[in-house]
Design a protein around this ligand. Sequence first.
Ligand SMILES: [Zn+2]
Length: 285
Amino acid sequence: MDCDDELKKWFYEQANLHISSLNIRFREKCVIKEAMKNKIMNCLRENAITTDDFDSRFTSWCRNSFMVCDIGSERFLCDMKSKKPVLLYENMYEVYKKIHIETAHAGRDKCLDALSINYSWFNRELLQICLKSCSSCQQRKSIKRPTVSKPIIALEFMTRVQMDLIDMRTRPDMNPNGKTYKWILQLKDHFSKYCWGRALQKKEAREVYDCVREIFFQFGPPHILQSDNGREFVNELINSLEADFPGMNIVHGRPRHPQTQGLIERANAILSDALGKCYQKEISR
Ligand SMILES: [Zn+2]
């Protein structure tokens, strides 16, 4: 039995334990199993009323909670309210795992958001169990950073944008046409926490400038652009940016000063953490 089969087995053991710990009234309907799905779909057939297989309570529960949808050539049992296909208990492990990996090993709430795009009847507690089984998350806990004592206040989107370079020289990324990327430029809007990331081949003003300019042409320049320090983003870059965006103020945060660079470094930690998990995946493949 390989590792994933074992994790899957563990997941369903824990899931069954959780379900059997519930009040008996909730047990049958907290997740929809294949057999239950078939029973519901039978109950929802047009001529099903005449049979004695379903009592009136079950029938009204089915009619109020579900509908059958044809998506492509297949029939799906969907939730009446959200119109999304029911995530069957038997498929939960695979789907939770897939979503968790697709969201770069996100936590419970982000995974729930992602699940709600395509599914209904997923289960928060069982998702939590699945997240516990992720070995990458267990092995790699985020790097702790000093806490920020004084927050920087930004009043709206693009008031203050912080910029930083992440050194990826130890793990460069080579794309198929032979370009090697060794740096990641990261910009973060202080108000919305929205981040932009760009892969760079070199830590050069020209490359940084092109990326920053492209972003500001799309989103508009911020009032304040805060960068790590002058060594990393040399004068040439500042001059070019000031010429393009005369209203923008460029501020230098003291290098590694937790109060001024706190936000972007936290974002860097999140990004490098996510990338680290992806790398780990690549290596263990
Ligand atoms: Zn994970």
